[in-house]
Design a binder for this molecule. Structure first.
Ligand SMILES: Cc1cc2nc3c(=O)[nH]c(=O)nc-3n(C[C@H](O)[C@H](O)[C@H](O)COP(=O)(O)OP(=O)(O)OC[C@H]3O[C@@H](n4cnc5c(N)ncnc54)[C@H](O)[C@@H]3O)c2cc1C
Length: 431
């Protein structure tokens, strides 16, 4: 079997490339996806999280908590990838950093913001808990702005839902299935349950992929299997160097406590952005985590899901992690990460206390990551500004490309890069 282009992975990057290419070249694009199709309501069943093993001994000798803690990293394996469970938050990230590398994405950002109908979270959808946090921030002098989202809020049937990150029941939130449906209408062939093991390379030129044990040939291959899947494929294909290294995950924790009957668990996720006054990558936003209920229950407190309120603290972490050849992920907090996260935890605790949460009930989750990136980055395996690899006809179009941590929602930047790559491929008549 031979195609013009094989795209591997159907998440944020893969769906964007597939849609852009299939608009111009009909019936010649094959997309291979290891997961299967699920209804968006069932998206939460497709989580395939990783737990990086704990490091030996504390990373920082003064660490009061999380000593030697490995990180939990979330991603989804299904058609549409991790886009099915986003909080719908959509902001430009790394715009200036990419410009310095000669990549100006202003046009791509603008057209995506228009296509995804990005709009600010409206006031009417904010629930009691988020408003309490807003008032507390204002009284403590924090600058707070509505969070930009690719959610069509007119479709949110109720102010009290809280299912954004489990899979939107109303299809109000953009996800990659929208782009994939359009691409299929233009002739894209999407093959689910097909895991790509490696890329086939002959004389430094890509000739296809091996998937589910058989060879499929093509003129070009776009890897978009995510920042964990893509380096594994590249390493299995004999590509060396930096691949798999420089992993960041935008490490986050949720700080939470008890506010009886607040029903914060049913509110829109992360409706506000609490701006930190320094220039470091530290992001705070209202966030419900079921784990807070678990921690409080373990401490002997009687608490229901409706009684907990929280704030996410997210940092742009140092890219010292690695995806090893056997799929093991090594990722932990560095001293700087720890300091930044601790400052955020302190700020979040102050805001919660000001909002009326009893300080003795305030606890913090273990550190996690939901934005893995950087494992085949621009400036390393991928050349800047061309966005080409050293293998002719082989492209990367997912979070692996990101040159450094974004410290916040990366989807728009991943998609803008994917759009640019599709345009470059068409311009160079690679397809
Ligand atoms: C709970 C949660 C909430 C989030 N909320 C936001 C948000 O509000 N805003 C934001 O900007 N970002 C958010 N993110 C992050 C965002 O979803 C990811 O950064 C983004 O989807 C990554 O895009 P990607 O194309 O690199 O990978 P993915 O979207 O993960 O797609 C990779 C695809 O490749 C497939 N695949 C993997 N290996 C193979 C293989 N060997 N062969 C074939 N297919 C393979 C996978 O099944 C998957 O479909 C969130 C993440 C999580 C977990």
């Amino acid at each position: 079997m031979t195609s013009e282009v094989i795209v591997v992975g159907s998440g944020a990057g893969g769906a964007t490339v597939a849609r852009e290419l299939s608009r111009k070249i009909k019936g010649k694009i094959l997309l291979l996806e290891s997961g299967n199709r699920v209804n968006t309501k069932q998206a939460y069943t497709q989580y395939e999280n990783y737990l990086s093993p704990p490091v030996e001994g504390p990373v920082h000798e003064d660490m009061p908590f999380w000593p030697g803690q490995g990180l939990e990293i979330a991603r989804l394996t299904c058609v549409g990838g991790t886009t099915l469970v986003t909080a719908g938050t959509c902001v430009r990230k790394l715009e200036d950093e990419l410009k310095k590398l000669g990549i100006d994405l202003s046009h791509e950002f603008e057209s995506l913001e228009h296509e995804l109908k990005v709009n600010n979270t409206p006031d009417w959808i904010l629930g009691r808990g988020t408003k309490k946090i807003l008032e507390a921030c204002e009284s403590l002098g924090y600058d707070v702005t509505p969070m930009p989202k690719f959610i069509d809020f007119s479709k949110c049937k109720s102010k009290l839902c809280g299912n954004c990150t489990l899979g939107c029941p109303e299809n109000a939130k953009w996800n990659a299935l929208e782009f994939l449906t359009e691409a299929e209408e233009h002739g894209l062939i999407l093959q689910q349950n097909t895991r790509v093991d490696r890329v086939l390379i002959k004389n430094k030129r890509v000739v296809g992929v091996r998937a589910n044990g058989r060879d499929i040939f093509s003129r070009a291959v776009v890897l978009a299997a995510g920042a964990i899947g893509t380096p594994l494929i590249l390493r299995a294909s004999g590509c060396e160097g930096e691949i798999g290294k420089n992993l960041f995950v935008n490490t986050y924790v949720t700080v939470g406590g008890i506010m009886n009957g607040v029903e914060f668990n049913k509110e829109v996720a992360m409706g506000l952005l609490i701006n930190e006054q320094s220039d470091r990558k530290l992001m705070l936003a209202p966030h419900y985590a079921r784990r807070i209920v678990k921690i409080l229950t373990q401490r002997g407190l009687k608490v229901n899901e409706e009684d907990v309120i929280g704030i996410m603290v997210k940092i742009g972490d140092e890219n010292q992690g690695e995806v090893k050849n056997d799929g093991t992920i090594v990722k932990y907090l560095t001293e700087n990460d720890f300091i930044n996260l601790s400052d955020g935890v302190q700020a979040a605790s102050d805001i919660l206390e000001e909002a009326g949460v009893n300080p003795s009930s305030i606890v913090c989750t273990n550190p996690r990551g939901a934005h893995p990136g950087g494992t085949a980055r621009i400036g390393g395996f991928v050349r800047a500004p061309e966005l080409e690899t050293e293998i002719e006809g082989l492209y990367i179009a997912d979070a692996s490309l990101l040159p450094e941590s974004t410290g916040g929602p990366p989807i728009l930047t991943i998609m803008a890069l994917a759009k640019r790559i599709a345009r470059n491929m068409l311009d160079q008549q690679e397809v």
